[in-house]
Design a protein around this ligand. Structure first.
Ligand code: NAD
Ligand code: MG
Length: 395
């Protein structure tokens, strides 16, 4: 692909957004940044706008837009500032955009990712919540819009790389027996179980191998992140739950594997650096420089363990939500977002995260969502229920 590609980065100020801009900066002839969006961190967005001169910058609300306009005007920038969900949908679907990096965190990423899919863009999907909440609807939008979907989550990017290039959603036809989804086990893999109720948010966010946003870091500690990724894999690769196996691999060198009928297992390895899957998806089908150092395997031991559900009850809850299907994965995700936000704010303990999600799943309505609004309603309901459940228990 020699033509310059026009890029929208949703969630530009986050870890994925920043890493995307680092890769893009290595290839000025290949990529042209058209829009950058952010929830907060306006100063960072200003710096990015000055460096990458996008046509649009999008923020959450009018007050932030007014502030950003004044900051950009002072700096002599000609970037146009927009705000709100419609503006996010607009910069994800406008005709001059070729590629959309969907890297907003949480349920807020759903609508703009959907807009990009419907508009037939090349969608680089980091926002796993989109597939967890509305997997069937999103995959339909991708098919109907003629979009090209490339996974950014390192495990799914690894699986994508280990599958045949012509994979079209039929694992059996490709001779695949299982998908082996690797997990680091996070910072509490060997912490005594009796200490877990007292672990602090800073301890939970101190991931041994990856530098990530705080929400996904807590999810890695509870292994809810892996649970969300199991659901993500179900939709991306049209896999049955029993075709997906989670394997703890503490070194995070193997990013996931595909097990074939003939006994071959194909893995993707690399340093734990998100610029690798980002560059893979940006350059696809070509390989491009990511700025990541070569993997040095000398003296590295690679080990594997089975996950322990007593230590990681969130992983079990995610498998249960996937098995039951319908709206339950969206409920799982919403309850988890509420619980993790309260935990990060110091209002509840680590040990309250899993029970509050279980409570939400027990009280959720079943049924397939017919449209995106059904998912958004289930999400809102689960948020209210979880907040009400945790309210009296919060410190
Ligand atoms: P982050 O918290 O570092 O950044 C999130 C971005 O979204 C920021 O730009 C923030 O301003 C923006 N944002 C937050 N709330 C918003 C809202 N309500 N509306 C609009 N924008 C909002 O998160 P991250 O670690 O970069 O993760 C982004 C997504 O990528 C998540 O879905 C995460 O699960 C996924 N992911 C991240 C990693 C990683 O290594 N960080 C790996 C795999 C997948
Ligand atoms: Mg991942």
């Amino acid at each position: 692909m020699s033509q310059v590609q026009n890029l929208t980065i949703l969630g530009a100020t986050g870890t994925i957004g920043e890493n995307t801009l680092r890769v893009v900066a290595l290839h000025p002839q290949r990529f042209n940044v058209v829009a950058l969006t952010a929830g907060s961190q306006l100063e960072k967005l200003v710096t990015q706008c000055l460096r990458h001169t996008p046509r649009y910058a999008v923020v959450l609300d009018e007050a932030s837009a007014v502030r950003l306009r004044s900051l950009l005007a002072q700096a002599g920038s000609s970037t146009t500032v927009l705000f709100g969900v419609e503006a996010l949908e607009h910069v994800s679907s406008m005709p001059e955009v070729d590629v959309v990096m969907a890297a907003i965190v949480g349920a807020a990423g759903l609508r703009p990712a959907m807009a990009a899919a419907r508009a037939g863009k090349r969608v680089l999907l980091a926002n796993k919540e989109t597939l967890v909440m509305a997997g069937r609807l999103f995959m339909q939008a991708v098919a109907e819009g003629g979009a090209e979907l490339l996974p950014i989550d390192s495990e799914h990017n690894a699986i994508f790389q280990a599958l045949p290039r012509d994979f079209r959603g039929d694992l059996a036809a490709c001779g695949v027996r299982r998908i082996l989804l690797t997990a680091s086990g996070g910072p509490f893999r060997t912490t005594p179980l009796s200490d877990l109720p007292h672990v602090t948010p800073d301890q939970a966010c101190a991931h041994p191998n990856w530098v990530m946003g705080r929400k996904i870091s807590v999810d890695s500690a509870t292994m809810m992140n892996k649970g969300l990724e199991v659901i993500e894999a179900r939709w991306l690769f049209n896999a049955l739950p029993e075709q997906i196996e989670v394997l703890i691999h503490p070194q995070s060198v193997i990013h996931s594997m595909v097990d074939y009928l003939d006994g071959s297992v194909i893995a993707q390895l690399g340093n734990p650096d998100m610029r690798t899957p980002i560059a893979y998806a940006l350059g696809f089908p070509e390989r491009i420089e990511a700025g990541v150092s070569a993997l040095d395997l000398i003296g590295r031991g690679l080990t594997f363990e089975a996950p322990d559900y007593a230590r990681f009850p969130c992983l079990k809850l995610a498998f249960a939500a996937l098995e039951q299907g319908g709206m339950l994965p969206a409920v799982l995700n919403a309850a988890n977002e509420v619980a993790v936000a309260l935990y990060l704010a110091g209002a509840i303990g680590y040990g309250q995260i899993a029970p509050s999600i279980e409570h939400a799943l027990d009280h959720a309505l079943a049924g397939e969502p017919g449209a995106l609004d059904d998912v958004i309603e289930a999400d809102a309901q689960a948020r209210r229920d979880t907040a009400a459940y945790l309210g009296p228990r919060a410190a």
